[in-house]
Design a protein. Structure first.
Length: 96
């Protein structure tokens, strides 16, 4: 099962990546569905941090994936970015 905060962050990233909206509006919509303030904060931190580090993550993904980022499914690319942010930058979130 995917944690609600992570799902909200993913949905916000998909909205931005697809060009359907900007991050503040996507976060307002997707975090609004979360009942817990900690989940809302985590979703915002994940989405914002993932976009902040996007270029660095894409460089690593391309280097280790051995194919251009535009050849990956956009959903997979966003999941890889989101996962990298959590693993590398969130110290209170367990790697599992």
């Amino acid at each position: 099962m995917i944690a609600p905060a992570r799902l909200a962050a993913y949905e916000a990233l998909r909205t931005v990546s697809d060009g359907r909206g900007d991050l503040p509006h996507a976060l307002a919509r997707d975090r609004g569905r979360l009942g817990d303030e900690r989940d809302r904060a985590l979703a915002g931190e994940i989405a914002t941090g993932t976009l902040r580090w996007r270029a660095a993550f894409d460089h690593v993904i391309v280097a280790f994936g051995r194919r251009p980022a535009d050849k990956l499914d956009p959903e997979v690319l966003d999941i890889l970015r989101l996962s990298m942010f959590q693993l590398l930058h969130l110290d209170r979130v367990p790697a599992s």
